[in-house]
Each structure stands twice: as structure tokens, then as C-alpha cells.
Design a binder for this molecule. Sequence first.
Ligand code: UD1
Ligand code: CA
Length: 453
Amino acid sequence: MAYYTAVVLAAGKGTRMKSELPKVMHFMAGQPLIDHVLDKVSRLGIDDVLTIAGHGREILTEHLGQRTHVVVQSEQLGTGHAVMQVIPYLKEDTDVLILSGDQPLLSEHTIKALMTHHSVSGASATVLTACLDIPTGYGRILKNDQGFSGIIEEKDADVKQREINEINTGTYCFRAGALKNALQKITPTNAQGEYYLTDVFDIILSSGGKIETLCTDDPTEAFGINNRVQLAEAEDILYDRIRKHWMLEGVTIINPSSVFIDAQAVLGRDVIISPFTLIKGNTRIDDHAQIGPGVTVINSHCRQGCKIQHAVIQDAVIGENCSIGPYAYIRPGTVLGTGVKVGDFVEIKNSHIADGSKVPHLSYIGDSVIGNDVNIGAGTITCNYDGMAKHRTTIGDNVFVGSNTNFVAPVTIGHHAVIGAGSTITKDVPAESLAIERSQQKNIENYTKIRKK
Ligand code: UD1
Ligand code: CA
């Protein structure tokens, strides 16, 4: 493949989003629109990427960091004007791929097909088109006996031209030299008073250049986002594609329309996802895991064979064959070993729990390290916060904690220790000992009889 520079147009105001955020920074399926486009560009192996920023460029530049070079278009005078800003960066004998930051549904497969068509045909420019039942709003593709003859924007088109249903998707390949030359000749003489990128085609044709078109067979790929209704529609289409992708990769999804899997998530074979489940952010679900019903997993790793129902899990690692829920809340910094059980109404935060340990009911475990095969009785609380600072609780292997225990941190419990039910533990407990902290039980005999008198 020839040497490519990718140019991503992202300077437009996005007026119809009615937002303080630049349009391309709105989220869809777990990441900003611009990332959906840039991810495809990097998967295509294009390293030389220029993002054109304008409206809200501080937010965009901060988000992009070192990921792409940012070229500023300080006034938004049209798509042609936007591409003029990159002229100094284009090397003569190379190719340019132009994409819009607000078209996240364009597939890698289609971009690749466009690039291949462009290089095989040797054209000066290749336009990605789509045939839509309702072409309203898009530029229309004009053709004559010789083939492609230009693009007319809807606002400049006559009634006859508006009936054309082959539209310009706004994605193109160009020979860099032809693009540079033509850009220098466009003028803002049209209904919108803008420098149209689409005017370069006329100029290339009249200087003897060849222009090709490639029509995508999936019209949803052309979908550009201009408002929040379209954002939601596009997200629906993407979630549907993602579900189908994972089902074809060996994931069972029960009632797929109630399951939402973000774009960056990775799922293994024979995973089963039950209804009303959200797999968000950078989440990895390994083979044979069973997630749902009613689970939200965010930026977490759920290892092989774990079973999770009715739970929220964020920034955590769930070990192999763990059993979580129902009604568990696993918070950031939690790492569970193999075969750990976390049962109903249990919250775990920033804690490591080693293999085979159980926290079956009604507990809060925070800032703790718990060894292997520990049993935490119902209602156990780690009192990790003294009003000023957080403190750690450390519990050794094979400890048995009776129900309704409070661990007032910092506190350390040695291995094989036993904690009597109802104890408030404020001092360290040596290994293999029994700690019990509660007042002696008093029995007042014949109490009911005495009371009656
Ligand atoms: C453009 C095309 C149209 C095509 C449609 C596909 C032109 C003149 N028209 O129209 O033929 O059917 O896309 O979606 O190109 N942008 C800048 N700077 C600007 C103006 C726009 O960076 O000064 C960016 C926008 O942020 C956006 C992209 O360029 O990412 C497209 O701009 P937009 O105004 O949405 O173009 P359309 O009118 O949709
Ligand atoms: Ca648009």
C-alpha cells in the first residue's frame, strides 16, 4: 500500500448538538466519536494522522494527547478550508485519506476497500458514496456518460439533482499533489459562502485527472451525527453490530437487545451474557464466564468461569471461578483470587481477597488484604475510616470471622485465628488464637413472671 496521511475533519462547531463539548467529544458506546474514527485509522496501519481542530480545540487537544498531530483551523470556513490547513504537511508523491470525525459507523473494511480501489485504479481521487432511500442533507453524486462528473451540495442542487440518491459520504482518497493543486483554486461562491472540499473534483477533472467512486453496500456507514437523536440512533446501530460480532465469535447473548457491550470490550469463547447487562469501557471477559442478569461491569477483568449476577463491578479483577452476587458492589482496586465467593449485599473496595475465601452476606470490606480460605461471617464491617484517614485491615490465611464483627483499622489478624461473633476488634490478633470482645451474657431467670407482678 502506498504511503498514506490520514486527515480527520473535526473542527466544525456541531451547533445542533447544543453542547459545550465539541461534537466529536460526545461519547458513543464507551468512547468519544473521534476515538471510533482514530481506532480504525490506526488498525489500518496509518501512522501519519492529522486531526483538524477548531471549535473546542482545547478539550479535543487535551484528549488526543500525543495520539495524533493536531492542526488548528481557527475559523470554520468550510470543509475545503479545513483541508487547506494541512497543505504544508502533505508530501507530493503520497496519498491522503480524508475522514470526518462525526462518522463513527464507517467500517475499517470499507475504508480499506476504498484505499484498494484508489490504488488499483490509479485515480487522482476516489470518493466513497452510498445509495440512500432518503438522501436528504447530503451532497449528491453527479454522473454523465464518462462517469463521475462532480458533487453538488443539497443547498446548491436543483429539484432534479435532489432526486439523485447516490450521496457523498465525505470520505475520500486523494493523490496528495492533485489535492494540493485543486485546493488552491476553490472559492466560496455557493449557497453557504463556504470553501467546499467537494469543489476540488471539478478542478481535478478539468485538469485531466481521473476520479473514481466506490459505493458502500451498507448505507448506515455514511451516517453522520449532527444532533443527539442521531447520536442515539448511531449508538444503537453500533451496539447491534458489536453484539453480532461477539455472538459470531462464540458468545451467547440472551435477549441481545437488553445487553450493551462497549467498543473496547473483549469477550472470550462460551461466555454467556444474560439480559440487562452492560459491559463498559476497557473490560475483558474470559472464556466460560457467565455475566448477568442485571450486571454492570466497567473497566474490569472477569476471569475464566466466573459467575456474576445482579452486581456492579468497576476497575476490578474477578478471579477464575469466582461467584459474585446477587446484589454485590465491587469497587475500584478490588482483586479477587480464584474461587472467591462474594454474596448478597456485600460491598468491597480497594481490597485483595485470596483464593477460596468467602464473604457471603451483608458485609463491607474496604482497604483490606484477606488471605486464602478465610470465612467472613454475615454483617462483618471493616471500619477503615476514622474521619480523617483510611486505614488497612490485614487478615491471614484460614481465619474464621464470626458474624457481625467490626475490624477497627489499622488491625492485623494472624493466620488460623478465630474471631467470636459480635466482636469489635481494635487490637491485632495473634495467629491461631481466639479473639472475643463482647460483654458477658446475663440471664435473669423468671423474668417474665417478675415483670407481671
Ligand atoms: C459534507 C459534504 C457533503 C457530504 C457530507 C457527508 C462538503 C462541502 N460537503 O457536508 O457532500 O454529503 O459531508 O456527511 O464537504 N469541518 C471542519 N471545518 C469546517 C467545516 C467542517 O473541520 O470549516 C468538519 C466538521 O467538523 C465535520 C466535517 O468537516 O466533521 C463535515 O462537515 P459538515 O459541516 O458536517 O459537512 P456537511 O454539510 O455534512
Ligand atoms: Ca455532517
